[in-house]
Design a binder for this molecule. Structure first.
Ligand SMILES: N[C@@H](CCC(=O)N[C@@H](CS)C(=O)NCC(=O)O)C(=O)O
Length: 203
C-alpha cells in the first residue's frame, strides 16, 4: 500500500498511525498540497491528501473512509473503532469532535498562511479559531472526566485524531494552543508520542 501526503497533515498522520497500530505495512509518498498539486490531482480528483493506494491499485480518499477500511483489514480485535453499539457511537462522537476541530484548525492555518496579510479577514479567522477552541475545550473536559482517553479504557481512533490535532497545532505554532491551557490533551499527546506509531510520524 502507498500512503500519499505529508505527516504535517493531521488527516494523513492519523491514517499513518492507524496503519501502524493495525500492523499493516505501507510505503510513504510525502507529496505536498502546495508543491505537488499536479501529482496529487492525478491520485485524488479533489487534489487533497490523504489518499491510500491499495496493492491492487484501488485508490481510497478521505481519512474517514480510509480508517474505515483499515479497521476492516485489522479485524475486530485490533480495530480502532468499536464494532457496534453505544461504544461505537461514543467513539464516533468524539472522533467527530476531534476531526471537526481539525478541519477548523486547517482552515485557520490556510487563512493565516495562504493569503497576503492584507487579505486576511479577521472576523472569519476569529470564528474559525473560536470553533477550534470550543472543540479543544470539549476534548479536554472529556479526557479529565474519563481518565485520560476519550471513551472506554483503551486508545481509539478518537484519541489518535485528537493527538494529531494537538501536534498539528504545536507544529504550526497556533496562537490558540498552549500546553498549559490544555494539560490533559498535552499529556495524552506526550504519552502517545513515546510510542513508535506516533514517534515515527511526528510532523
Ligand atoms: N476530510 C478530509 C480532509 C482532507 C484535507 O483537507 N486535507 C488537506 C491537507 S491537511 C488538503 O489536502 N488540503 C489541500 C486542499 O484542500 O486543497 C479527510 O479527512 O481526509
Amino acid at each position: 500500500m502507498i500512503l500519499v501526503g505529508r505527516f504535517l497533515s493531521p488527516f494523513t498522520r492519523r491514517v499513518a498511525i492507524a496503519l501502524q497500530l493495525a500492523r499493516l505495512g505501507f510505503q510513504h509518498q510525502p507529496l505536498s498540497t502546495l508543491d505537488d498539486r499536479a501529482a496529487i490531482a492525478k491520485i485524488n480528483p479533489l487534489g487533497r491528501v490523504p489518499a491510500l493506494i491499495l496493492d491492487d491499485g484501488e485508490t481510497l480518499i478521505d481519512s474517514a473512509a480510509i480508517v474505515d477500511c483499515i479497521d476492516e483489514l485489522a479485524g475486530r480485535t485490533r480495530a480502532l473503532t468499536p464494532y457496534s453499539g453505544i461504544d461505537r457511537r461514543r467513539v464516533k462522537y468524539w472522533e467527530a469532535v476531534a476531526l471537526g476541530a481539525t478541519e477548523k484548525a486547517v482552515a485557520a492555518f490556510y487563512e493565516r498562511n495562504r493569503r497576503p496579510p492584507e487579505k486576511v479577514h479577521q472576523p472569519w479567522l476569529d470564528q474559525l479559531q473560536g470553533q477550534l477552541v470550543a472543540g479543544l475545550k470539549a476534548l479536554e473536559a472529556q479526557l479529565a472526566e474519563n481518565g485520560g482517553v476519550l471513551h472506554g479504557t483503551y486508545l481509539t481512533i478518537a484519541d489518535v485524531t485528537a493527538i494529531c490535532l494537538v501536534d498539528f497545532l504545536r507544529a504550526q505554532k497556533s496562537p490558540v494552543w498552549s500546553d498549559k491551557d490544555f494539560p490533559q490533551l498535552a499529556f495524552a499527546a506526550d504519552r502517545a508520542n513515546r510510542e513508535p506509531a506516533f514517534a515515527s510520524t511526528k510532523p
